[in-house]
Design a protein around this ligand. Structure first.
Ligand code: B12
Ligand code: SF4
Length: 507
């Protein structure tokens, strides 16, 4: 195969602006989690890329398939816009649609480029599937160069920050340095998508006009199961002033009144978050907000200030109720911190969403029990309890590499609900444990309707079933019977209907 060059009739040299069509192939109605767990926000990666391209002499449009039925809108836009390059944002879940878009691009002689978390972890798969180029890391500077080459009909092999095919060889260009100063990023190109579709959907659902905002890129912590394909362990953040400018634009242009800060961890650097919160209070705009935080960073005085600035809901990576497991995961957090923060959030009337994980190597039934007890004590308003997913490129993955079952996946459709490696116990045991968390959560919601005594008895009833029936069945002779062969579809126990609310991590 020859090195890919665009055959586009638009090749125009220096005088003509390259044309780039960016596509988000996520079709919400196809996401099995969407109705229950997914909260719809546009991809900030794609909106920022678009704004950056626009600021660098490129004509750019976006097709966002979130509210569409299929890739029809992409075909129609390609026909009208004649792009030199079609750039696709990828997640594991959206792979089939991404490949369809690549085929549409190629049939229109445009260069097909894939970027985002999924393409970053398996570039070869995307090149095999019809993409010309993959951009596995930060996209801004790289896509400008790739778009110019696409317009000029130049080859892509060896371009920094890309992976491309030269003949049959996969050629990885040298790494592209990360942007040093995130304040250089323009405001996301909200005008290129239908923001009202998102805001209106939120308004109907919650009465609030919700939008997402990102203040940093990357995370300096090193949890052993965490995959960071795009930004690695780097950490950069915008100045509080730049964040406030974006906040104001959202409020002024779109009447947004609720913000989701989408950072991997919000407020890692204490002086930074203090300045941001103080200025939000002093200068406005006043919005309510939610974020993902670490229990070791949420000190009591900080929590007070966050609440005063509008904090409504916090996502916490609690993961386990066993200190031994937190240490094995290299979480860097203490159980005492979880307990302090959980109690404090309750006292401040802030909703808490806990991420919990079962099945990490080294976990025993006692550890699972400790997690359930912690969950019972604090009954977070929302939670997700997933079965540990060994994602390629992580230390966890390396440690179970010789025990993988079926095709290893990064988080996607079944992520968090299937056992993807030979863990200590069979998959049905973990499914059963997920059910127990669901049961506890339902009981907690009935607290106002039923007496403490009745609730306690219902809770103990499931403990009894667990001790006398479920565990002996799943781990003893019966356990051997339900053990799944490699790659077999998950066997749902009768007790697991309706499915446990333990969803895979949403983000
Ligand atoms: C915020 C967030 C959400 C939000 C908003 C989602 C959205 N619309 O993007 C919500 C809560 C809605 C969400 C939902 C889901 N999410 Co989410 N989410 C995140 C999170 C925390 C931040 C995303 C972000 O804004 N990053 C910052 C931007 C700047 O980075 P970026 O998007 O990667 O883009 C840069 C580069 O990747 C590259 N790039 C990206 N696209 C392209 C395209 C081209 C052509 C090029 C050249 C470059 C390029 O350039 C960009 C700028 O530098 C990430 C984790 C993370 N740290 O990235 C998970 C993450 C992206 N989510 C994930 C998942 C699985 C989901 C869900 C599928 C969950 C589910 N349903 O089960 C849904 C899908 C919903 C959707 N709309 O796609 C996974 C994806 C893993 C994978 N391999 O698929 C991640 C990586 C978390 C994880 N580690 O598991 N998510
Ligand atoms: S799990 Fe969260 S805190 Fe840990 S490394 Fe990943 S992003 Fe950072």
């Amino acid at each position: 195969m020859a090195e890919p060059t665009p055959a586009s009739g638009r090749r125009g040299g220096d005088g003509v602006a390259p044309r780039v069509l960016l596509v988000d192939p996520y079709v919400a109605r196809e996401d099995p989690m969407e109705r229950k767990f997914v909260e719809l926000y546009p991809s900030l990666g794609l909106l920022t890329l678009a704004a950056w391209l626009r600021g660098h002499g490129t004509e750019v449009e976006i097709v966002d398939l979130t509210f569409a039925r299929d890739t029809g809108p992409v075909a129609r836009r390609i026909e009208r816009f004649h792009p030199d390059l079609v750039g696709v944002h990828t997640k594991t879940l959206t792979l089939p649609r991404a490949l369809e878009v690549a085929a549409l691009a190629r049939s229109a002689d445009a260069v097909a480029v894939a970027g985002g978390p999924d393409a970053a972890t398996r570039a070869d798969g995307y090149l095999d599937g019809g993409f010309d180029v993959v951009v596995p890391g930060e996209g801004e500077t790289t896509i400008v160069e790739v778009a110019t080459r696409a317009r000029d009909g130049k080859p892509f092999g060896g371009v920094p920050g890309t992976v491309a095919r030269v003949g049959r060889r996969t050629v990885r260009g040298p790494p592209r340095p990360f942007l040093r100063n995130l304040d250089e990023l323009p405001l996301p190109a909200w005008d290129l998508i239908d923001m009202e579709a998102y805001l209106g959907a939120w308004q109907r659902k919650t009465g609030e006009r919700r939008a997402a905002l990102l203040t940093s890129r990357g995370c300096p912590f090193d949890c052993s199961w965490c995959s960071k394909p795009t930004f690695g362990r780097t950490f950069r953040q915008q100045s509080p002033g730049r964040v406030l400018a974006e906040l104001r634009a959202l409020v002024d242009r779109y009447r947004v009144d609720y913000i989701r800060f989408c950072d991997d961890v919000f407020g890692i650097y204490r002086p930074w978050i203090e300045e941001l919160l103080d200025r939000m209070v002093a200068e406005g705009p006043r919005v309510r907000f939610e974020c993902l935080a670490r229990v070791d960073l949420l000190k009591p005085d900080l929590l007070n200030r966050m609440r005063a600035a509008g904090l409504e809901r916090v996502y916490l990576g609690v993961e386990s109720g066993s200190q031994k497991m937190l240490d094995l995961m290299n979480r860097g957090t203490r159980l005492a911190q979880v307990e302090r923060v959980a109690a404090s959030l309750r006292a401040h009337d802030v909703r808490q969403f806990w991420f919990l994980m079962l099945g990490y190597p080294g976990e025993t039934l006692d550890d699972i029990e400790a997690t359930l007890q912690l969950f019972r004590r604090f009954s977070p308003e929302e939670y997700s309890v997933s079965i540990a997913v060994p994602v390629p490129g992580t230390r966890f993955y390396e440690s179970v590499r010789d025990r993988l079952r079926g095709r290893p996946r990064s988080t996607g459709r079944a992520g968090g609900r299937s056992l993807l490696y030979e863990a200590a116990y069979p998959e049905p045991l973990y499914r059963w444990e997920q059910f127990r968390f669901g049961w506890e959560s339902r009981l907690a919601r009935l607290r106002r309707k039923l007496s403490a005594d009745v609730l306690d008895r219902l809770s103990r009833a499931v403990d009894e079933i667990d001790a006398r029936v479920a565990r002996p069945l799943l781990l003893g002779r019966g356990g051997a019977l339900v053990r799944l062969p490699d790659g077999a579809p998950a066997v749902a126990l009768p007790m697991l209907s309706p499915p446990p609310p333990g969803a895979p991590p949403v983000a």
